[in-house]
Design a protein around this ligand. Structure first.
Ligand code: SAM
Ligand code: SF4
Length: 463
Protein backbone atom coordinates (compact mmCIF):
# COMPACT_ATOMS: atom_id res chain seq x y z
CA UNK A 1 0.00 0.00 0.00
CA UNK A 2 1.40 3.44 -0.83
CA UNK A 3 1.40 5.94 1.99
CA UNK A 4 -0.46 9.13 1.18
CA UNK A 5 1.70 12.20 1.69
CA UNK A 6 -0.87 15.00 1.91
CA UNK A 7 -3.55 15.04 4.56
CA UNK A 8 -7.04 14.41 3.25
CA UNK A 9 -10.22 14.84 5.20
CA UNK A 10 -12.64 12.02 4.38
CA UNK A 11 -16.01 13.75 4.79
CA UNK A 12 -17.95 10.65 3.73
CA UNK A 13 -16.67 8.48 6.55
CA UNK A 14 -17.34 11.31 9.02
CA UNK A 15 -20.94 11.57 7.80
CA UNK A 16 -21.34 7.80 8.23
CA UNK A 17 -19.91 7.83 11.76
CA UNK A 18 -22.17 10.73 12.74
CA UNK A 19 -25.22 9.06 11.18
CA UNK A 20 -24.96 5.90 13.33
CA UNK A 21 -27.61 5.40 16.05
CA UNK A 22 -26.93 6.90 19.48
CA UNK A 23 -24.94 4.50 21.71
CA UNK A 24 -26.53 2.81 24.73
CA UNK A 25 -25.12 3.20 28.23
CA UNK A 26 -23.14 -0.02 28.20
CA UNK A 27 -21.36 0.92 24.97
CA UNK A 28 -20.50 4.34 26.41
CA UNK A 29 -19.15 2.75 29.60
CA UNK A 30 -17.08 0.33 27.52
CA UNK A 31 -15.57 3.26 25.61
CA UNK A 32 -14.78 5.11 28.85
CA UNK A 33 -13.14 2.01 30.36
CA UNK A 34 -10.91 1.70 27.27
CA UNK A 35 -10.09 5.40 27.32
CA UNK A 36 -8.86 5.10 30.89
CA UNK A 37 -6.23 2.63 29.68
CA UNK A 38 -4.74 5.80 28.06
CA UNK A 39 -4.69 4.30 24.58
CA UNK A 40 -6.89 6.88 22.86
CA UNK A 41 -10.14 6.35 20.95
CA UNK A 42 -11.09 5.54 17.37
CA UNK A 43 -13.44 7.64 15.26
CA UNK A 44 -16.51 5.50 15.98
CA UNK A 45 -15.98 5.90 19.74
CA UNK A 46 -15.47 9.66 19.42
CA UNK A 47 -18.66 9.95 17.34
CA UNK A 48 -20.53 7.95 19.99
CA UNK A 49 -19.35 10.16 22.85
CA UNK A 50 -20.38 13.20 20.80
CA UNK A 51 -23.96 11.93 20.67
CA UNK A 52 -24.47 11.28 24.39
CA UNK A 53 -27.26 13.52 25.76
CA UNK A 54 -28.15 11.75 29.01
CA UNK A 55 -26.86 14.05 31.82
CA UNK A 56 -25.67 11.15 34.01
CA UNK A 57 -23.73 9.55 31.16
CA UNK A 58 -22.30 12.93 30.27
CA UNK A 59 -21.11 13.24 33.87
CA UNK A 60 -19.41 9.84 33.48
CA UNK A 61 -17.58 11.18 30.40
CA UNK A 62 -16.41 14.18 32.43
CA UNK A 63 -15.27 11.97 35.31
CA UNK A 64 -13.27 9.73 32.96
CA UNK A 65 -11.66 12.80 31.35
CA UNK A 66 -10.71 14.18 34.79
CA UNK A 67 -9.06 10.86 35.66
CA UNK A 68 -7.04 10.79 32.43
CA UNK A 69 -6.00 14.42 32.84
CA UNK A 70 -4.87 13.86 36.43
CA UNK A 71 -3.00 10.64 35.55
CA UNK A 72 -1.06 12.16 32.68
CA UNK A 73 -0.69 15.81 33.61
CA UNK A 74 -0.93 15.69 37.39
CA UNK A 75 -1.77 19.08 38.85
CA UNK A 76 0.16 21.21 36.38
CA UNK A 77 -1.26 23.93 34.14
CA UNK A 78 1.27 25.65 31.91
CA UNK A 79 0.86 29.42 31.47
CA UNK A 80 1.71 31.59 28.46
CA UNK A 81 0.56 34.78 26.80
CA UNK A 82 0.20 35.85 23.15
CA UNK A 83 2.41 38.62 21.78
CA UNK A 84 0.71 40.23 18.78
CA UNK A 85 3.42 41.86 16.70
CA UNK A 86 1.27 43.01 13.77
CA UNK A 87 -2.35 43.27 12.71
CA UNK A 88 -1.62 43.89 9.01
CA UNK A 89 -3.36 41.24 6.94
CA UNK A 90 -3.98 40.50 3.26
CA UNK A 91 -6.60 37.83 3.93
CA UNK A 92 -10.31 38.33 4.35
CA UNK A 93 -11.47 35.91 7.04
CA UNK A 94 -15.09 36.80 7.73
CA UNK A 95 -14.72 36.33 11.50
CA UNK A 96 -11.59 38.39 12.21
CA UNK A 97 -11.18 42.10 12.93
CA UNK A 98 -7.80 42.12 11.15
CA UNK A 99 -9.26 41.06 7.79
CA UNK A 100 -8.32 43.21 4.80
CA UNK A 101 -11.88 44.38 4.06
CA UNK A 102 -12.27 45.78 7.61
CA UNK A 103 -11.13 49.23 6.61
CA UNK A 104 -12.04 51.23 9.70
CA UNK A 105 -9.58 49.62 12.13
CA UNK A 106 -6.21 51.01 13.23
CA UNK A 107 -3.36 48.97 11.69
CA UNK A 108 0.02 48.55 13.30
CA UNK A 109 3.14 46.47 12.78
CA UNK A 110 5.42 46.89 15.78
CA UNK A 111 9.00 47.92 15.14
CA UNK A 112 11.68 45.69 16.64
CA UNK A 113 12.12 48.31 19.37
CA UNK A 114 8.43 48.16 20.17
CA UNK A 115 8.55 44.34 20.21
CA UNK A 116 11.37 44.58 22.74
CA UNK A 117 9.22 46.95 24.85
CA UNK A 118 6.29 44.55 24.75
CA UNK A 119 8.57 41.71 25.74
CA UNK A 120 10.04 43.70 28.62
CA UNK A 121 6.52 44.42 29.90
CA UNK A 122 5.69 40.69 29.82
CA UNK A 123 8.97 39.70 31.47
CA UNK A 124 8.32 42.25 34.24
CA UNK A 125 4.97 40.60 34.88
CA UNK A 126 6.59 37.18 35.19
CA UNK A 127 5.90 35.52 31.85
CA UNK A 128 8.42 33.01 30.53
CA UNK A 129 6.53 31.66 27.49
CA UNK A 130 4.99 33.72 24.70
CA UNK A 131 3.09 32.90 21.55
CA UNK A 132 4.12 35.28 18.76
CA UNK A 133 1.03 36.11 16.64
CA UNK A 134 0.69 38.12 13.42
CA UNK A 135 -1.69 38.73 10.53
CA UNK A 136 -0.59 37.48 7.11
CA UNK A 137 1.20 40.55 5.72
CA UNK A 138 4.60 41.56 6.94
CA UNK A 139 6.20 44.99 6.63
CA UNK A 140 7.89 45.20 3.18
CA UNK A 141 6.42 41.71 2.48
CA UNK A 142 9.40 40.28 4.26
CA UNK A 143 9.17 37.10 6.35
CA UNK A 144 12.51 38.17 7.86
CA UNK A 145 10.36 40.50 10.01
CA UNK A 146 9.03 37.46 11.91
CA UNK A 147 12.50 35.95 12.27
CA UNK A 148 13.85 39.24 13.62
CA UNK A 149 10.92 39.46 16.02
CA UNK A 150 11.84 36.05 17.46
CA UNK A 151 15.46 37.15 17.95
CA UNK A 152 14.27 40.37 19.55
CA UNK A 153 12.03 38.55 22.04
CA UNK A 154 14.75 36.06 23.03
CA UNK A 155 17.23 38.93 23.34
CA UNK A 156 15.36 40.87 26.05
CA UNK A 157 16.83 40.55 29.55
CA UNK A 158 15.01 42.28 32.37
CA UNK A 159 15.21 42.37 36.13
CA UNK A 160 12.36 39.85 36.13
CA UNK A 161 14.15 37.32 33.92
CA UNK A 162 13.64 36.54 30.24
CA UNK A 163 11.33 34.78 27.77
CA UNK A 164 12.51 31.18 27.55
CA UNK A 165 10.21 29.78 24.91
CA UNK A 166 8.74 31.54 21.88
CA UNK A 167 5.94 29.63 20.17
CA UNK A 168 4.74 30.99 16.86
CA UNK A 169 1.29 31.38 15.31
CA UNK A 170 1.74 32.84 11.82
CA UNK A 171 0.25 31.90 8.48
CA UNK A 172 1.41 28.64 6.81
CA UNK A 173 4.96 28.75 5.48
CA UNK A 174 7.09 27.17 2.80
CA UNK A 175 9.33 24.31 3.96
CA UNK A 176 12.42 26.50 3.79
CA UNK A 177 10.79 29.18 5.94
CA UNK A 178 9.94 26.51 8.50
CA UNK A 179 13.63 25.59 8.53
CA UNK A 180 14.46 29.20 9.36
CA UNK A 181 11.94 29.17 12.21
CA UNK A 182 13.55 26.02 13.56
CA UNK A 183 16.98 27.66 13.40
CA UNK A 184 15.66 30.57 15.45
CA UNK A 185 14.91 28.15 18.30
CA UNK A 186 11.14 28.33 18.35
CA UNK A 187 9.11 26.06 20.60
CA UNK A 188 5.84 25.08 18.94
CA UNK A 189 4.64 26.16 15.50
CA UNK A 190 0.90 26.55 15.77
CA UNK A 191 -1.82 27.14 13.21
CA UNK A 192 -5.52 26.38 13.28
CA UNK A 193 -7.31 24.94 10.26
CA UNK A 194 -10.25 27.12 11.47
CA UNK A 195 -12.73 24.65 9.95
CA UNK A 196 -12.03 21.25 8.42
CA UNK A 197 -15.31 21.49 6.49
CA UNK A 198 -14.16 22.41 2.99
CA UNK A 199 -17.31 24.24 1.80
CA UNK A 200 -17.58 26.23 5.03
CA UNK A 201 -13.88 27.04 4.77
CA UNK A 202 -14.34 28.50 1.31
CA UNK A 203 -17.40 30.48 2.36
CA UNK A 204 -15.59 32.31 5.19
CA UNK A 205 -12.13 32.83 3.64
CA UNK A 206 -12.85 35.28 0.87
CA UNK A 207 -9.50 36.69 -0.28
CA UNK A 208 -5.77 36.15 0.00
CA UNK A 209 -3.63 33.06 0.26
CA UNK A 210 -5.69 31.70 3.13
CA UNK A 211 -8.44 30.86 0.63
CA UNK A 212 -6.42 27.72 -0.22
CA UNK A 213 -7.72 24.99 2.13
CA UNK A 214 -5.07 22.43 1.12
CA UNK A 215 -2.15 24.83 1.49
CA UNK A 216 -3.20 25.36 5.09
CA UNK A 217 -3.96 21.70 5.74
CA UNK A 218 -0.50 20.72 4.48
CA UNK A 219 1.32 23.23 6.74
CA UNK A 220 2.15 20.71 9.47
CA UNK A 221 3.57 18.26 6.94
CA UNK A 222 5.91 20.97 5.68
CA UNK A 223 6.82 21.92 9.26
CA UNK A 224 7.70 18.31 10.15
CA UNK A 225 9.63 17.92 6.90
CA UNK A 226 11.68 20.97 7.92
CA UNK A 227 12.44 19.53 11.37
CA UNK A 228 9.88 21.50 13.42
CA UNK A 229 8.52 18.57 15.40
CA UNK A 230 6.38 20.38 17.98
CA UNK A 231 3.32 21.57 16.10
CA UNK A 232 -0.05 22.78 17.37
CA UNK A 233 -3.35 22.34 15.54
CA UNK A 234 -6.83 23.63 16.29
CA UNK A 235 -10.35 24.41 15.19
CA UNK A 236 -12.17 27.73 15.46
CA UNK A 237 -15.36 26.34 16.97
CA UNK A 238 -18.59 27.95 15.79
CA UNK A 239 -18.02 27.86 12.03
CA UNK A 240 -19.26 24.28 11.38
CA UNK A 241 -20.80 21.43 13.39
CA UNK A 242 -18.40 20.68 16.28
CA UNK A 243 -18.92 16.93 16.00
CA UNK A 244 -17.75 17.04 12.38
CA UNK A 245 -14.77 19.19 13.37
CA UNK A 246 -13.68 16.76 16.09
CA UNK A 247 -13.67 13.78 13.76
CA UNK A 248 -11.89 15.70 11.01
CA UNK A 249 -9.30 17.04 13.45
CA UNK A 250 -8.61 13.48 14.60
CA UNK A 251 -8.12 12.44 10.96
CA UNK A 252 -5.50 15.18 10.69
CA UNK A 253 -3.84 13.93 13.88
CA UNK A 254 -3.88 10.32 12.62
CA UNK A 255 -2.32 11.43 9.32
CA UNK A 256 0.60 13.10 11.13
CA UNK A 257 1.08 10.07 13.38
CA UNK A 258 1.15 7.74 10.36
CA UNK A 259 3.48 9.89 8.36
CA UNK A 260 5.86 11.24 11.00
CA UNK A 261 5.45 8.82 13.90
CA UNK A 262 4.15 11.58 16.18
CA UNK A 263 1.02 13.69 16.31
CA UNK A 264 0.66 17.35 17.23
CA UNK A 265 2.12 18.61 20.49
CA UNK A 266 -1.03 20.62 21.25
CA UNK A 267 -4.63 21.10 20.18
CA UNK A 268 -6.30 24.48 20.67
CA UNK A 269 -10.02 24.85 21.16
CA UNK A 270 -10.87 28.52 20.44
CA UNK A 271 -14.54 29.45 20.20
CA UNK A 272 -15.63 32.31 17.95
CA UNK A 273 -15.78 35.58 19.89
CA UNK A 274 -17.19 38.94 18.83
CA UNK A 275 -14.77 40.89 16.64
CA UNK A 276 -15.00 44.53 15.55
CA UNK A 277 -16.84 44.82 12.23
CA UNK A 278 -17.70 41.11 11.96
CA UNK A 279 -21.39 40.14 11.98
CA UNK A 280 -20.35 36.49 11.54
CA UNK A 281 -18.30 36.52 14.75
CA UNK A 282 -21.25 38.04 16.64
CA UNK A 283 -23.58 35.34 15.29
CA UNK A 284 -21.64 32.10 14.74
CA UNK A 285 -23.39 29.79 12.27
CA UNK A 286 -22.87 26.77 14.56
CA UNK A 287 -22.59 28.19 18.07
CA UNK A 288 -21.03 25.90 20.66
CA UNK A 289 -22.70 26.22 24.08
CA UNK A 290 -20.79 25.89 27.34
CA UNK A 291 -21.85 22.29 27.94
CA UNK A 292 -20.69 21.23 24.49
CA UNK A 293 -17.48 23.18 24.90
CA UNK A 294 -16.69 21.20 28.03
CA UNK A 295 -17.62 18.04 26.18
CA UNK A 296 -15.21 18.88 23.34
CA UNK A 297 -12.35 19.22 25.84
CA UNK A 298 -13.32 15.99 27.64
CA UNK A 299 -13.63 13.94 24.43
CA UNK A 300 -10.29 15.22 23.14
CA UNK A 301 -8.65 14.37 26.47
CA UNK A 302 -9.91 10.80 26.13
CA UNK A 303 -9.19 10.50 22.39
CA UNK A 304 -5.59 11.82 22.36
CA UNK A 305 -4.47 11.54 25.98
CA UNK A 306 -0.86 12.62 25.47
CA UNK A 307 -1.56 15.71 23.38
CA UNK A 308 -1.70 19.03 25.23
CA UNK A 309 -4.94 21.00 25.11
CA UNK A 310 -4.78 24.79 25.10
CA UNK A 311 -7.56 27.07 26.36
CA UNK A 312 -7.21 30.80 25.83
CA UNK A 313 -8.55 33.94 27.46
CA UNK A 314 -11.34 33.94 24.86
CA UNK A 315 -13.16 32.03 27.60
CA UNK A 316 -14.48 33.66 30.78
CA UNK A 317 -12.90 32.99 34.17
CA UNK A 318 -15.96 30.91 35.15
CA UNK A 319 -15.81 28.61 32.10
CA UNK A 320 -12.08 28.26 32.51
CA UNK A 321 -12.49 27.15 36.12
CA UNK A 322 -15.05 24.52 35.11
CA UNK A 323 -12.98 23.20 32.22
CA UNK A 324 -9.37 22.98 33.47
CA UNK A 325 -9.83 19.65 35.19
CA UNK A 326 -11.46 18.05 32.15
CA UNK A 327 -8.24 17.97 30.25
CA UNK A 328 -6.68 21.38 29.67
CA UNK A 329 -2.89 21.44 30.01
CA UNK A 330 -2.02 25.00 28.91
CA UNK A 331 -3.76 28.34 29.36
CA UNK A 332 -3.03 31.89 28.34
CA UNK A 333 -3.25 34.57 31.00
CA UNK A 334 -3.17 38.36 31.12
CA UNK A 335 -3.58 38.47 27.31
CA UNK A 336 -4.04 41.41 24.92
CA UNK A 337 -4.83 40.87 21.23
CA UNK A 338 -3.76 44.23 19.82
CA UNK A 339 -0.14 44.97 18.90
CA UNK A 340 1.58 47.18 21.47
CA UNK A 341 -1.03 46.86 24.22
CA UNK A 342 1.23 45.42 26.94
CA UNK A 343 3.66 48.31 27.06
CA UNK A 344 1.05 50.92 26.05
CA UNK A 345 -2.43 49.85 27.19
CA UNK A 346 -3.77 53.29 26.25
CA UNK A 347 -2.79 52.91 22.55
CA UNK A 348 -5.55 51.60 20.35
CA UNK A 349 -4.43 49.49 17.43
CA UNK A 350 -7.29 47.11 16.55
CA UNK A 351 -7.66 44.04 18.76
CA UNK A 352 -8.38 40.78 16.99
CA UNK A 353 -11.43 39.75 19.01
CA UNK A 354 -12.95 40.36 22.45
CA UNK A 355 -11.58 38.51 25.44
CA UNK A 356 -13.62 36.71 28.07
CA UNK A 357 -10.98 36.75 30.81
CA UNK A 358 -9.38 40.14 31.47
CA UNK A 359 -7.65 39.31 34.74
CA UNK A 360 -3.95 40.08 35.15
CA UNK A 361 -1.49 37.20 35.37
CA UNK A 362 -1.16 37.48 39.15
CA UNK A 363 -4.89 37.01 39.65
CA UNK A 364 -5.07 34.04 37.29
CA UNK A 365 -2.11 32.42 39.04
CA UNK A 366 -3.76 32.86 42.43
CA UNK A 367 -7.06 31.46 41.19
CA UNK A 368 -5.44 28.46 39.50
CA UNK A 369 -3.46 27.67 42.64
CA UNK A 370 -6.57 28.00 44.83
CA UNK A 371 -8.30 25.46 42.56
CA UNK A 372 -5.57 22.96 43.41
CA UNK A 373 -3.36 23.30 40.31
CA UNK A 374 0.30 24.18 39.97
CA UNK A 375 0.69 27.11 37.57
CA UNK A 376 3.82 26.12 35.63
CA UNK A 377 6.17 28.31 33.61
CA UNK A 378 8.41 25.37 32.77
CA UNK A 379 10.34 25.31 29.51
CA UNK A 380 12.56 22.34 30.42
CA UNK A 381 11.58 19.80 27.77
CA UNK A 382 12.17 21.88 24.74
CA UNK A 383 15.40 23.33 26.07
CA UNK A 384 16.73 19.84 26.77
CA UNK A 385 15.67 18.71 23.28
CA UNK A 386 12.74 16.62 24.48
CA UNK A 387 10.43 17.45 21.56
CA UNK A 388 8.33 15.51 19.05
CA UNK A 389 8.32 11.75 19.66
CA UNK A 390 10.78 12.10 22.58
CA UNK A 391 8.32 14.37 24.34
CA UNK A 392 5.48 11.94 23.80
CA UNK A 393 7.53 9.18 25.47
CA UNK A 394 8.17 11.51 28.34
CA UNK A 395 4.51 12.38 28.68
CA UNK A 396 3.95 8.88 30.05
CA UNK A 397 2.69 9.11 33.64
CA UNK A 398 5.84 7.88 35.45
CA UNK A 399 8.03 10.35 33.61
CA UNK A 400 5.75 13.22 34.49
CA UNK A 401 6.43 12.56 38.13
CA UNK A 402 10.20 12.52 37.58
CA UNK A 403 10.52 15.67 35.47
CA UNK A 404 7.38 17.70 35.05
CA UNK A 405 6.23 17.89 38.66
CA UNK A 406 9.61 19.15 39.98
CA UNK A 407 9.98 21.53 37.00
CA UNK A 408 6.45 22.85 37.45
CA UNK A 409 7.06 23.45 41.15
CA UNK A 410 10.42 25.18 40.73
CA UNK A 411 9.18 27.48 37.94
CA UNK A 412 6.12 28.33 40.01
CA UNK A 413 8.25 29.17 43.06
CA UNK A 414 10.45 31.39 40.89
CA UNK A 415 7.33 33.28 39.77
CA UNK A 416 6.07 33.60 43.34
CA UNK A 417 9.33 34.95 44.75
CA UNK A 418 10.02 37.38 41.89
CA UNK A 419 6.59 38.61 40.79
CA UNK A 420 3.64 37.63 42.97
CA UNK A 421 1.50 39.90 45.13
CA UNK A 422 1.50 39.04 48.87
CA UNK A 423 -1.89 37.22 48.57
CA UNK A 424 -0.71 35.16 45.60
CA UNK A 425 2.58 34.37 47.32
CA UNK A 426 0.71 33.03 50.35
CA UNK A 427 -1.73 30.95 48.28
CA UNK A 428 1.08 29.67 46.08
CA UNK A 429 3.40 28.59 48.91
CA UNK A 430 0.53 26.66 50.48
CA UNK A 431 -0.16 24.95 47.15
CA UNK A 432 3.50 24.02 46.69
CA UNK A 433 3.52 22.51 50.19
CA UNK A 434 0.39 20.48 49.48
CA UNK A 435 1.63 19.14 46.13
CA UNK A 436 5.07 18.34 47.52
CA UNK A 437 3.46 16.32 50.30
CA UNK A 438 1.81 14.10 47.68
CA UNK A 439 5.08 13.30 45.89
CA UNK A 440 7.16 10.33 47.00
CA UNK A 441 10.64 8.89 46.56
CA UNK A 442 12.98 10.31 43.94
CA UNK A 443 10.56 12.90 42.44
CA UNK A 444 10.03 14.31 45.92
CA UNK A 445 13.75 14.50 46.70
CA UNK A 446 14.43 16.09 43.34
CA UNK A 447 11.62 18.64 43.76
CA UNK A 448 12.84 19.56 47.26
CA UNK A 449 16.40 20.09 46.03
CA UNK A 450 15.20 22.26 43.14
CA UNK A 451 12.93 24.32 45.39
CA UNK A 452 15.81 24.84 47.84
CA UNK A 453 17.96 26.08 44.97
CA UNK A 454 15.28 28.61 43.93
CA UNK A 455 14.81 29.75 47.54
CA UNK A 456 18.54 30.36 47.81
CA UNK A 457 18.55 32.61 44.74
CA UNK A 458 19.21 30.34 41.75
CA UNK A 459 16.90 30.86 38.76
CA UNK A 460 15.85 28.79 35.75
CA UNK A 461 16.28 25.51 37.62
CA UNK A 462 15.00 22.54 35.60
CA UNK A 463 15.70 18.89 34.95
N1 SAM B 1 -3.10 35.31 10.74
C1 SAM B 1 -2.61 33.99 10.92
C2 SAM B 1 -3.62 32.98 10.50
O1 SAM B 1 -4.80 33.30 10.48
O2 SAM B 1 -3.22 31.89 10.16
C3 SAM B 1 -2.18 33.80 12.34
C4 SAM B 1 -3.21 33.52 13.34
S1 SAM B 1 -4.56 34.56 13.70
C5 SAM B 1 -3.87 36.10 14.09
C6 SAM B 1 -4.91 33.73 15.20
C7 SAM B 1 -6.17 32.95 15.27
O3 SAM B 1 -7.17 33.76 15.83
C8 SAM B 1 -6.80 32.46 13.99
O4 SAM B 1 -6.21 31.28 13.54
C9 SAM B 1 -8.25 32.27 14.38
O5 SAM B 1 -8.55 30.93 14.72
C10 SAM B 1 -8.39 33.11 15.63
N2 SAM B 1 -9.49 34.09 15.49
C11 SAM B 1 -9.68 34.97 14.51
N3 SAM B 1 -10.83 35.66 14.71
C12 SAM B 1 -11.38 35.19 15.85
C13 SAM B 1 -12.57 35.48 16.59
N4 SAM B 1 -13.43 36.38 16.17
N5 SAM B 1 -12.82 34.79 17.72
C14 SAM B 1 -11.94 33.86 18.17
N6 SAM B 1 -10.80 33.54 17.52
C15 SAM B 1 -10.52 34.19 16.37
FE1 SF4 C 1 -5.66 37.64 8.88
FE2 SF4 C 1 -5.34 35.55 10.54
FE3 SF4 C 1 -7.28 37.37 10.96
FE4 SF4 C 1 -7.47 35.75 8.91
S1 SF4 C 1 -7.45 35.12 11.10
S2 SF4 C 1 -7.85 37.95 8.84
S3 SF4 C 1 -5.36 35.51 8.31
S4 SF4 C 1 -5.10 37.70 11.06
Amino acid sequence: MTMSTAPRIDETSIAEALGAPAPDASRVRGILARAQELEGLDAAAVADLGRVEDPDLLEEIFTAARTVKETIYGKRLVLFTPLYVSNLCANDCAYCAFRSSNRGVVRKALTQREIAEETAALVAEGHKRVLLVAGEAYPRHDFGYVLDAIDTIYGVRGPGGEIRRVNVNVAPLETDQFRQLKERGIGTYQIFQETYHRDTYHAVHRAGRKMDFDWRLGAMDRAFAAGVDDVGVGVLFGLADWRFELLALLQHVAHLERRFGVGPHTISVPRLEPAEGSPLAAHPPHPVGDRDFRRIVAILRLAVPYTGIIMSTRESAAIRRETFALGVSQISAGSRTSPGAYAHPEAHAAEQFSLGDHRPLDEVVRDVAALGFIPSFCTGCYRLGRTGADFMDLAKPGEIKRHCDPNGLSSFLEYLLDHASPETLKEGLERIGAVLAELEGEPRRRAEAMLDAVHSGRRDVFC
